[in-house]
Design a protein around this ligand. Structure first.
Ligand SMILES: [Fe+2]
Length: 177
């Protein structure tokens, strides 16, 4: 037998949270964070260009709209996994991935909670020649801090980070994040 300390069972209203994200312009809403897992709803980012590498699996469910999950193979080849609305993709840990979906599309994402020493990394590559451009790294212990937006701010605020050292192409920055 075990004694349950409390019963906390978030029951997620997808429609309500999608409406909240649309009305506030926010990109993510954390649903729960326990010692073992974290979950959030994400709204698409029109400027998404980076590849995220993290130590957790990711369960990515397309609640509304389709997802094109760009990812890079161990050989560095970029591929796309298509995840239509109503379907779900399981992505193993450490796959460089870039979830591309529209600002009016929504993903329900579940990940393992990070443990001490876990680092999330964000990589950018040149859109012209695919040469490595820049890396940002973060300890993602809570999605309420919106680490993706922070990484983008740092990247886009620096023209040097966005300039390819091989072919000199500059990745354009969006008007706003
Ligand atoms: Fe380049």
């Amino acid at each position: 037998m075990f004694a349950m300390q409390s019963i906390d069972m978030p029951n997620i209203d997808f429609e309500g949270i999608m409406r909240h994200l649309t009305e506030t312009g926010k990109r993510t809403h954390q649903l729960w964070l326990t010692a073992e897992s974290m979950a959030f709803i994400a709204r698409g980012r029109e400027y998404r260009s980076e590849f995220h590498v993290n130590p957790s699996y990711e369960i990515q469910y397309s609640i509304k709209g389709d997802l094109n999950l760009h990812y890079r193979t161990p050989e560095g080849v970029e591929k796309i996994a298509h995840v239509p609305e109503g379907s779900c993709l399981f992505q193993p840990p450490l796959v460089p991935h870039s979830p591309r979906f529209a600002p009016d599309a929504f993903q329900f994402v579940i990940e393992r909670a990070r443990v001490a020493g876990d680092i999330d990394r964000f990589f950018w590559y040149c859109l012209n020649c695919d040469h490595f451009l820049h890396e940002e790294s973060y300890v993602v212990d809570d999605y309420r801090a919106d680490p993706v937006t922070q990484a983008y701010r740092n990247f886009y605020q620096s023209e040097d980070f966005r300039t390819c050292k091989k072919c000199a192409t500059v990745m354009p920055a969006p008007d706003s994040l």
